[in-house]
Design a protein. Sequence first.
Length: 203
Amino acid sequence: MNSILINIYETLLLFFSKQNWWDTSTKDEIIIGAILTQNTAWNNVEKAIENLKKRDLCNLKKIRETSKEELEQLIKPSGFYKQKSLYLKEVAKFFENFNESIDTDTLRKKLLGLKGIGFETADSILLYAFSRPIFVVDAYTKRLIERNKLFNSKKYSDVQRFFMENIPYNVELYKEYHALIVKLGKTFCRKTPHCDRCPIKCE
DNA sequence: CACCAGGAATGTA
DNA sequence: TACATTCATGGT
């Protein structure tokens, strides 16, 4: 158990307060959002989600019933709209006749088998939509451990294991920690680190 | 104007 | 395994 990771979490929580990502969203909205947000600013995703919600299409059943071309137009603000429209159709198809009693490892492998779902998107869906204890790693997470020299690998599975072996095994902690790391990265450590106001001292 | 966001697929070496 | 390119919109 590495207390440094716990200290960083406590510091981020005190500084930024709770992020509560997707706390009031439905499972389908989370899955849709996880795909639309790939390499895309969240405010652009919100525009796309709003377009879907206006027509009551922000659920997987309606995604199945809507043409790929119509979806493209609606999700356009979130970018990569041709790919993402296809990805949404594929994921929606996968979750038709889905039994949630499936174990986490099996579900993760099945998600990773879908086109458009890599490690981060699969784990985001597992953690935020299905509340499975899986820590989500992203570019901000890798940058955090690199700048603070906490761990010397940038490989996804290595970084994920590093966190999961060194903080308590808890879904709510995983959800909040990932969101706080993103908040930190967006606020301070963008291109040139502003370590004057940043609560985490790096380098 | 340049840069990049809550990535992944594909191709090359 | 390690990089490079492509996909596309909108904010700063």
